[in-house]
Design a protein around this ligand. Structure first.
Ligand SMILES: [Zn+2]
Length: 463
């Protein structure tokens, strides 16, 4: 039966993408196709190939002459609520612990409306910069805030979303870093985590929403909570996420409190395996790299944040050579201070070269980490690649912009080497979320106005 015949029954929606100058598949042989496109049925890719070899009609046709098409970028680490506290003067020039201490007292005033609006804003920025799937790590729940507030935002804007139910339970009186006013009781954390898994988690292929269990960091939760969180996640077969070995103070805290390196502590807690990924790992030692490689434990590399907080240079090249799954993350908006995925890809390449030489990372490796790498880290086999049977998540960049001029001898490398571009189109699960550079699901003007009003309110509440 042809697609046209099925369309007359009105049961299947079809989309044809044609004439892309270059289409990056990220498939097993990393094919890059010229004058190419995709044929999509009900949000899933049915065919990838030269325009001439694809069906010639569809319900929606996207002619991408002059464009580069890549799989949608996957963001593996973020704290979207921090979009309300970017570039705050008090937190501009500190390392991790000092930076956190000056911000906790602002974040304690967050409201449910602030979570929802800041998540929408962060996602708008992600979508316009090429990201189609994002995780978010929300670990403070003051004033009635719930993970549901960020889930609502993702559903409204149309982003594929891995919502992490973060948590903090060890405040200053128990030797932790956060003030006692922002930590929760462990029983409440576990109960609410179970609630959101049961209410929202979709383990099926092409899921638009998954839940992740994510105690915040070694210096803000107990051993018990780490262990019980792992047991809960494994009972429901959901992923685990946390921060690990972010800088030398983080390593010193681990040695002093637990008598172990961050990797040894992760191993001791059962926090290794293909269902676990750790943010940063800037200071992961060789034994830790071996452990992560052996167990398939993933890493979210966040180059901008690592530079911003002077945390160091994560040994991504060594991790990848050893076989550690590595994805890319923008990290929270108070330590980046942006959610620009293409910019993050570029920084990943540049930072590895600063640390480890000009051949430490190629443009194509950086793109692979940001697509296929991120999909693997999130435990997904249905995104990050443009091939039959995969979700129709892709973005296009118009190669005729000034920032690409003179770079078209290699348009794929140009995307990484040249200044970061906004997308022309973004399609997620077959739905066009960005069209001709404009977000089609949320009106940006009023959103940003509301976001800035709430950001002012938040800072004033803490003054
Ligand atoms: Zn983080």
């Amino acid at each position: 039966m042809t697609a046209t015949q099925r369309n007359t029954r009105g049961s299947i929606h079809t989309m044809l993408v044609k004439h892309a100058d270059v289409l990056v598949t990220m498939d097993d042989t990393r094919r890059e196709l010229r004058d190419a496109g995709l044929y999509i049925e009900d949000g899933r890719i049915v065919a990838v190939g030269a325009t001439a070899d694809l069906p010639q009609t569809a319900d929606d046709v996207l002619d991408l002459r002059g464009h580069l098409v890549i799989p949608g970028l996957v963001n593996t680490h973020h704290h979207m609520y921090q979009t309300l506290t970017r570039a705050l003067p008090a937190a501009q020039n500190a390392e991790l612990f000092g930076w956190l201490t000056s911000l906790y007292k602002v974040w304690v005033h967050l409201t449910p409306e602030m979570i929802e609006v800041s998540t929408l804003t962060a996602m708008a920025e992600l979508l316009l910069s090429g990201c189609t799937t994002s995780s978010d790590h929300l670990y403070l729940y003051p004033n009635g805030c719930r993970l549901d507030d960020s889930i609502d935002a993702a559903q409204r804007i149309g982003m594929r979303f891995h919502a992490s139910r973060g948590s903090m339970s060890v405040g200053q009186r128990d030797g932790g870093l956060p003030p006692d006013t922002v930590v929760e009781r462990e029983a409440d954390i576990l109960k609410d985590t179970q609630r959101v898994i049961e209410a929202y988690h979709d383990e099926g292929r092409y899921a638009m929403l998954r839940i992740v269990v994510a105690p915040c960091s070694p210096f803000s939760v107990s051993r018990d909570l780490m262990r019980e969180s792992a047991a809960l996640a494994r009972h429901y077969r959901v992923s685990l996420h946390t921060h690990r070995a972010e800088n030398t103070n983080d390593v010193a805290y681990s040695r002093e409190k637990f008598g172990m390196t961050p990797a040894q502590y992760a191993h001791d807690l059962g926090w290794v395996g293909r269902d676990v990924w750790h943010a940063h790992c800037v200071q992961l030692d060789d034994a830790g790299i071996d452990l992560f490689a052996r167990t398939g434990t993933g890493v979210a590399h966040c180059p901008c944040s690592n530079m911003r907080l002077a945390s160091g240079i994560a040994p991504v090249k060594r991790m990848r050579l050893a076989g550690v799954p590595v994805g890319l993350g923008v990290d929270g908006s108070a330590s980046n201070d942006g959610s620009q995925m293409v910019a993050e890809v570029r920084q990943a390449l540049l930072l590895q070269r600063v640390g480890f030489g000009p051949d430490a990372m190629t443009a194509r490796e950086a793109l692979e980490i940001a697509t296929l790498g991120g999909a693997t880290v999130l435990g997904r086999d249905d995104i990050g690649v443009l091939a039959p049977g995969m979700a129709a998540d892709f973005v296009s960049f118009d190669l005729r912009q000034p920032l690409f001029a003179g770079a078209l001898s290699d348009p794929v490398a140009a995307l990484v080497f040249c200044a970061p571009s906004q997308v022309a189109h973004s399609v997620i699960g077959g739905r066009q979320v960005v069209k001709n550079g404009v977000l089609s699901t949320v009106e940006l003007g009023p959103l940003i106005e509301r976001h800035n009003r709430l950001a002012r309110q938040l800072v004033e509440a803490a003054a």
